[in-house]
Design a protein around this ligand. Sequence first.
Ligand SMILES: O=P([O-])([O-])O[C@@H]1[C@H](O)[C@H](O)[C@@H](O)[C@H](O)[C@H]1O
Ligand SMILES: [Mg+2]
Ligand SMILES: [Mg+2]
Length: 281
Amino acid sequence: MADDWQNAMDHAVALARRAGEVVREALQHDRKVMTKSCSVDLVTQTDQKVETLIIQSVKEKFPTHRFIGEESVAAGEVCVLTDSPTWIIDPIDGTTNFVHAFPFVAVSIGFSVNKQMQFGVVYSCLEDKMYTARRGNGAFCNGEPLQVSQQEDVKQSMIATEFGSSRDPEVVDKIFSSLRNILCIPVHGVRGAGTAAVNMCLVASGCVEAYYEMGIHVWDVAAGSLIVSEAGGVLMDVDGGELDLMSRRIVAANSRTVAERLVIEIDAFSPPRDDAPPLKP
Ligand SMILES: O=P([O-])([O-])O[C@@H]1[C@H](O)[C@H](O)[C@@H](O)[C@H](O)[C@H]1O
Ligand SMILES: [Mg+2]
Ligand SMILES: [Mg+2]
């Protein structure tokens, strides 16, 4: 089986590169913007085109594999993680960046078997950085090994997070109270690339000590979660418990010490799970 997963990973890297070309080319033209759950939850034809490109190609090569893709779920596909080999795809992570030509846009492809990530590929396509990780084999950027930061003092740390796409004032209050608490620890700084996948690769690269967010989806963080853990980092829920990829909450850090310190300051909330049954009309 091991060789099968390596073949799948090689295919994922090739597809991420091809998808990146599509994204870069699309940036040269006007981008027609549509909305999904609300007026700031954006999608473009390029998100849909890239997801179709990836899924069709994988189906031809691995006909028994399953998929969780952001735009397929938006179109009504179920979002349930089973034990089957499953490709978890975010065709453009950072669609808002893409729409505004803000220069961090990633293609994220994770692969899970028995609900455990086997490989993760994040292609930050405007920087031309290909981040990869295979379970048990380390994490890499353009072939160079990655290692998380060794800084365990949160007061000497830089933290990444995002504001997300909810504009519900209660949710925004929780996001700001967490941010305020963390800034006032105090930490050196707070940053956000505008893509969860790139933020996680920044943890893996040692550029920030941690990233946390509530409101992300499984496709935002599936690939990045393995890249962080294979670079020596830790993953947990925002309440300090075990990470649940479908829970829409994550802390990814260089160490348990930093992660547990942040958890104390996070004003946690629980968005509807990715695998929650759809609401009846
Ligand atoms: O919609 P998308 O651009 O694929 O993904 C979003 C980005 O990762 C953003 O940084 C994060 O704050 C959101 O929570 C995600 O949904
Ligand atoms: Mg995303
Ligand atoms: Mg996306």
